[in-house]
Design a protein around this ligand. Sequence first.
Ligand code: 6R9
Length: 694
Amino acid sequence: AKALSQLRPRQPPILRRHVVRAAPIHVSSVGARATSAVQGEVARAVPVEYHARTGINSRADYETLYNRSIQDPAGFWADLARQFHWEKPWRKDHMSFNFDRRKGQVSTTFFDGARTNICYNAVDRHIEQGRGSQPCFLWEGNDIGEDRVMTFSDVRDEVSRVANWLKSVGIGKGDSVAIYMPMVCELPIAMLACARIGAVHSVVFGGFSAESLSQRIADAKSKVVITASGGARAKKVVPLKQIADKAVQLAAGSGFQVENVLVYEHKSVPKGECAWTEGRDTWYQDAIPQQDRHCPVEWVDSEHPLFLLYTSGSTGNPKGVVHSTGGYMVSAATTTRYIFDLQPGDVYWCTADCGWITGHSYLAYGPLLCGAQSVIFEGVPNYPTPARCWQVVEKYKVRQFYTAPTLVRSLEAQDNKFVTQHDRSSLRILGTVGEPINPRAWMWFFETVGEGRCPIVDTWWQTETGAAMITPLPGAWPCLPGSATLPFFGVLPVILDDKGKELDGEAEGILGMKQAWPSTIRTVKGDHKRFEETYFSAFPGYYFTGDGCKRSADGQYTITGRVDDVINVSGHRVGTAEVEAALASHGACIEAAVVGFDHDIKGQGIYAYVTLHDGNDFSEDIRKDLVKTVREQIGAFAAPDVIHWAPGLPKTRSGKIMRRILRKIAVKKDDELGDTSTLADPGIVQGIIELRGK
Ligand code: 6R9
């Protein structure tokens, strides 16, 4: 083991400068001092000079708009919606919602009476405004040197051809289409093609297994599946067609018959290597170029479903979250514009896969609706080297870069030279989503990647919310490392206690929503009762987020982690995110995951899985020092009872730690781990089990 003195001051000096020297910042007119509620590292508000082209450049600017959005949501959203084309206008009294089951069916509607089409607004509208020859997709392949640019006109032609093909096989308004594709331009094109004709897309992430895909195909009743022969992830080939074939077969076994499979030939798996079912399968490259490049737009009601996206909760099968057309369009566009200060022509990069909600709202729809150029990256961030992201940033002169904390931490673990060897002077805004970001990783992102120049927008939201809900607006108030800060326009968060009572002022509890926003989840596919039970039963009258949250005296919100992950130790509420941030602040630790376990005396104890930086051995000294770090930064009550060394953490492919598995390993129920096939690396589980007690 290395001497501890070598481990502790590992933080780059530049980071220390910020943490230690940053002066207390006045974040509001009342002059409250802000510190992040994510404990573990001293995080102070970080002011960043940024002039937003949206015109929101102070907290006062924000408050004026925010207050109107809450007092008159119908008028506020109508004003924002006018930038789009509506074939038929909405009624004056166009929105309604009921979040209280006791008063009848839970529902949300926006832009009632109106008809529109999101594909028209995302693509055709820009062509009509003279931007047809502007690039809108900048595709970067898995291997260096592979790239492709598509303009808005190119995209309209291709979308229309796919839409015409869908019609030719009998797909029409309201029918669902499953999309199981790698990150090629044809993926968002397939989504837009569905939207163009009023079909409902159901994108399934290319990393899901045949079982998961078949379950989603059958639940959504997708008669058509659009897939590819294969996909490329670093040096790995994903046999998508083979998996899709198995999924279609499994669906048939459960009584649902897929009628057509459209297969895009991807270079990773050439035509000759694909199994083929005559009469059911069609090669994309054969059929699509034959189609007419004109396809009329199908105008749909604002409440017409745009897409389904399956998401897993704490119980049961994945739920098909249903989003509407008009409301989703206005939320996706408005949040993209204000949070990323996105203007037509900006080069913007969201690293999410289209298989997740982030890819839907912030890779496909949001940037297109704003007329931006959206980078689509097929590969992985550390291939061929950990410099890949910054190389892409340099190549395309990316202005806004949006990613997940897990990616930030994995790149932070590498030599900084991978970052600094590429020019990042084009970057203006950085963003994170998906999980709490620990202040140390935040600081590294801010200082090393953003050169201390770019505000970081830490956006909190969910598949169910469709668009970002709690988020900084760049330049309008100081960033607070680890905190999503303030609610977006139209979002009215509440902090609830266990009994569902609203807490005022500075408070900690469960995050709920009191008022509908345009992209509110409308229902769960085929099961409105389950929808009401999952989201509107715990606390009648509120949308239940499942997240814990703290609000500071001046109204800033910090997510503390899923409430199902909060650990109650001797009556103290300990957020797993807090303990993880504390552990991760230790120089030897790269990442940590914390779960609760039943404890005879304390009620619950804290069980921490810790992954160390390369070059650090698992040792008793580091173990003690890690526990000490938590005691020092949070308090003795939060000190982990167990530190379990882990070669890596079990994560879904979207980077979420599967705590369900870790809870079972902690209590030695290795035979109850359940389905581990959706893990990015299922092999990691055995590695963790082997280190138990070590
Ligand atoms: C967009 C997305 C939603 C859950 C959510 C919360 C966690 C997302 C976060 C965050 C802290 C953030 N989460 N963003 N936690 N800070 N900025 O990720 O949707 O996959 O449905 O996950 O992710 O726990 O409830 P989804």
